[in-house]
Structures are given as structure tokens and as C-alpha cells.
Design a binder for this molecule. Structure first.
Ligand SMILES: *[C@@H]1O[C@H](CO)[C@@H](O)[C@H](O)[C@H]1NC(C)=O
Ligand SMILES: *[C@@H]1O[C@H](CO)[C@@H](O)[C@H](O)[C@H]1NC(C)=O
Ligand SMILES: *[C@@H]1O[C@H](CO)[C@@H](O)[C@H](O)[C@H]1NC(C)=O
Ligand SMILES: *[C@@H]1O[C@H](CO)[C@@H](O)[C@H](O)[C@H]1NC(C)=O
Ligand SMILES: *[C@@H]1O[C@H](CO)[C@@H](O)[C@H](O)[C@H]1NC(C)=O
Ligand SMILES: [Zn+2]
Length: 358
């Protein structure tokens, strides 16, 4: 609120305005001289070797069975705020019972910090991660910090400080009820720095854990923040199954203003080189209503296999990967049936019948 009113009082002075925004969230943008290809000038890490997003090629992933990915603090309602930070629509909660996650490719417990969205100038693009070079219309990022480091600010100084859940959305005719309150309140956050309480107290749980049934079906790899300062401290968990949003609901996101005063019509970073990194796909719980033996693994085996390369910092991931017994699994590549091999029409049709997790 303080920053918001500060911005409001000095909008008549463009120089100071830009300066204050720089303090708020950086002066980067998605076009022109502050666009993605220029981020590296101010933020050297944006030129790093292990950046995000990436194109995930299904034929190149290494299948893997991780312990069950576990969600806590999902049930119950959360008071949540929605902000236009000039780069995206961001949702936060300051409740004591915010969600946390553990298991999967993670070493430790990670606590919810914020979630936000990436979209494109039209419905054919907008996701940051690509699957088999295919863009989706929107991507949700749910950002968590490692609890052991006590705060987000401390966690981002560590190379395993953050994990981000990535959810893909495909635009269709059918509205997604999850976005009802967000879209309805979007007019209240048109201006940069504005901030509202979301009327739906269940919005956080519906976004963070939309579909427990497909929550074990994900890709995971080591990468970076997709905005400056592009820190290479993120274990990415990208869920395979896309959800849907209507064309109209998605259009509401494009109506908010960006730091340069124009409408924020798009805010996705182009894909970055994989550069030898391994992308894993968890094979537990692949689109199956029957519980497979792998997904029965007791989560209480809190000791994650020490050999898990996916959670190692990027610096070591390359050198150490050959020591991993998981290389045995490479023979199992592509053993899981591919939903991406079917026609786009079939995928869209499939998306139509997704039910939001209640
Ligand atoms: C941000 O502002 C600084 C100084 O005003 C400028 O040098 C830089 O190129 C700008 N852009 C980015 C993306 O940081
Ligand atoms: C992905 O598409 C781009 C063009 O959009 C192309 O340059 C690139 O080679 C493609 N990558 C793969 C792995 O097919
Ligand atoms: C939004 O408002 C709430 C309540 O005043 C505040 O705690 C939070 O810090 C604000 N968020 C931002 C990003 O300004
Ligand atoms: C920008 O968004 C506003 C709604 O916030 C809308 O009324 C306006 O038409 C949009 N401008 C352009 C150029 O699309
Ligand atoms: C897991 O994290 C702890 C604390 O950060 C660290 O001491 C330990 O070495 C990590 N384990 C592995 C297998 O990376
Ligand atoms: Zn993001």
C-alpha cells in the first residue's frame, strides 16, 4: 500500500516514476530496449547457462520414479491478495497456514510465497515452458521457498532456495470457474501497484492444487527465475496435464497496465538453451485411476535418494549425472504413453472434460 500511494503521488514525474518502479520490481519489460534480450546488461545471471523457461522435448526426457509429491496446508480457506506488480498478476497470502510442498524431486519442505501468471498477445502462445515446441495460452507459476532457510529473502541466496510449480492452461470457449473471482476483480488492479483482497477464499487452494489425481505426473529440472535477476536457484516442477481457461477470461489478464503504461498484453520469456541439463519425468501416477506400486511408496521415507540429480544445483548436475544409478532408468525413456503424440484436436477435446479439483 505504501509503495502504491508513493507511485500514485509521483505519476506526474516520469523519471521518478521509473525509478520507483525499478525499486518495486525492476524496470525490465517484454519488448524493446528493456526486453528479454537486454536483461543480461543489468542482470548478468540472465545470461547464465541454466536458465528458464525451456522447451521440454518428450523424446529427450529421462523417466524417473520420485517419492510422492506432497501438498500440505491446502485444505481450508486462505485470505489472498491480488496485485498488479507491473509485470504480472500476482497472488499472495499472509495466513499462517499457507500451502507447502515436499517429496518429489525436492530435498526438504518448501513454503508458498506467491503465485503469478504468464500470457501472450493471442491465445496461441503465452506459456513460458513449451512441450515438444508447443506453446499453451497461459502458464501459472506457484513459487515456494525452502523452509530450512527461514525466509524467502534468505532462501534466494541459496542454490536450492526455490521451487516453482508450473501449470499450463489452454484457451477454449468454456470458462474455468477457478478464475471467476480473479477475472471479476481484474478491473480493480488495472493500475500498476494496485492490490485487492480476492473475494473467493478458496482461490489459493484451487490454483495451487487443482487436480490431486494428476499431481504426480510432472516434468522436473533445475533452472532459474524467468524474470530478472534470473537466479539459477529453482527446481522446476511442470505438470503434464493442461487445464483450460476461456478466451474471455484470458483476455482480462491482458487488460492490466504494465510499468511502461501500456496494456500488459504479453509477459512470457522465450525459451532458453537446455545446455546439457537432464529433464526428468516422474512416472508415478501417470493418468491412471488404479494406484500403481510406485505411487504407493511411503512418503515417510523422508530420506530422498541421495543420488537424485534433479535436486542438485545446476553447477554439479552435469558432472555428477553419470554417477547416478538413475541412469539405469534411461532405458525406460518414453515408456509412458505420450499425450502429446495425439493430435492437438484430441488434446483440446481432452481438456474440455477436465474437472476442477474441489
Ligand atoms: C533498467 O534501467 C537501467 C538504468 O536506468 C538501464 O541501464 C537498463 O538497461 C534498464 N533495463 C533493464 C532491462 O534493466
Ligand atoms: C522449435 O521451433 C522453432 C521455431 O518456432 C525452431 O526454430 C526450433 O528448431 C524448434 N525446436 C525443435 C526442437 O523442434
Ligand atoms: C496488498 O495488501 C495487503 C493488505 O494491506 C498487504 O499486506 C500486501 O503487502 C499488499 N501487497 C502488495 C504487493 O502490495
Ligand atoms: C487496454 O485495456 C483497457 C482496459 O484496462 C481497455 O479498455 C483498452 O481498450 C485497452 N487498450 C488497448 C489498446 O487494447
Ligand atoms: C538436502 O538438504 C540438506 C540441507 O540443505 C543438505 O545438508 C543435504 O546435503 C541435502 N541432501 C542432498 C541429497 O542433496
Ligand atoms: Zn513466472
Amino acid at each position: 500500500m505504501k509503495i502504491h500511494s508513493l507511485i500514485r503521488t509521483i505519476t506526474d514525474n516520469n523519471v521518478q516514476f521509473a525509478f520507483v518502479l525499478d525499486l518495486v520490481a525492476g524496470n525490465f519489460s517484454y519488448d524493446g530496449t528493456n526486453g528479454p534480450s537486454h536483461w543480461g546488461k543489468e542482470h548478468k545471471m540472465c545470461l547464465g547457462k541454466y536458465q528458464s523457461p525451456i522447451d521440454i522435448e518428450e523424446k529427450d526426457v529421462t523417466t524417473m520414479t520420485f517419492p510422492e509429491l506432497q501438498f500440505s496446508g491446502i485444505e481450508g480457506s486462505h485470505k489472498a491478495y491480488m496485485t498488479n506488480n507491473g509485470h504480472t498478476v500476482m497472488i499472495q497470502s499472509f495466513d499462517s497456514n499457507v500451502p507447502s510442498i515436499s517429496g518429489g524431486s525436492l530435498n526438504g519442505t518448501y513454503v508458498f510465497q506467491q503465485l503469478h501468471f504468464h500470457w501472450g498477445q493471442n491465445d496461441n502462445l503465452g506459456s513460458e515452458d513449451l512441450i515438444n515446441n508447443h506453446s499453451f495460452s497461459m502458464e501459472l507459476h506457484v513459487v515456494f521457498w525452502k523452509k530450512e532457510y527461514d525466509s524467502y529473502e534468505e532462501a534466494i541466496k541459496r542454490n536450492d532456495g526455490l521451487t516453482v510449480l508450473g501449470y499450463l492452461y489452454q484457451a477454449m470457449d468454456e470458462p474455468n470457474p477457478i478464475f471467476e473471482s480473479i477475472v471479476q476483480q481484474m478491473p480493480d488492479i488495472i493500475g500498476v501497484g494496485s492490490n485487492v483482497t480476492i473475494s473467493d477464499n478458496n482461490v489459493l487452494k484451487k490454483l495451487v492444487a487443482p487436480d490431486i489425481a494428476s499431481a504426480q505426473n510432472y516434468f522436473t529440472y533445475s533452472g532459474s527465475l524467468t524474470t530478472p535477476p534470473c537466479l539459477e536457484i529453482v527446481q522446476w516442477i511442470d505438470f503434464v496435464k493442461p487445464q483450460h481457461i476461456s478466451h474471455e477470461q484470458l483476455a482480462a489478464f491482458r487488460s492490466i497496465q504494465s510499468t511502461d503504461g501500456t496494456n500488459l498484453t504479453h509477459n512470457f520469456r522465450p525459451v532458453q538453451p537446455l545446455d546439457g541439463r537432464t529433464v526428468y519425468r516422474n512416472i508415478a501416477g501417470v493418468e491412471s485411476s488404479t494406484i500403481s506400486p510406485v505411487s504407493k511408496q511411503t512418503p515417510s521415507t523422508a530420506s530422498i535418494p541421495a543420488s537424485s540429480p534433479a535436486k542438485k544445483p545446476p553447477e554439479t548436475a552435469n558432472n555428477d549425472v553419470t554417477e547416478s544409478p538413475m541412469d539405469d532408468n534411461k532405458n525406460g525413456e518414453n515408456s509412458a504413453s505420450s499425450m502429446w503424440a495425439v493430435s492437438p484436436f484430441a488434446v483440446i477435446l481432452g481438456v474440455t472434460f477436465l474437472l476442477p479439483y474441489q
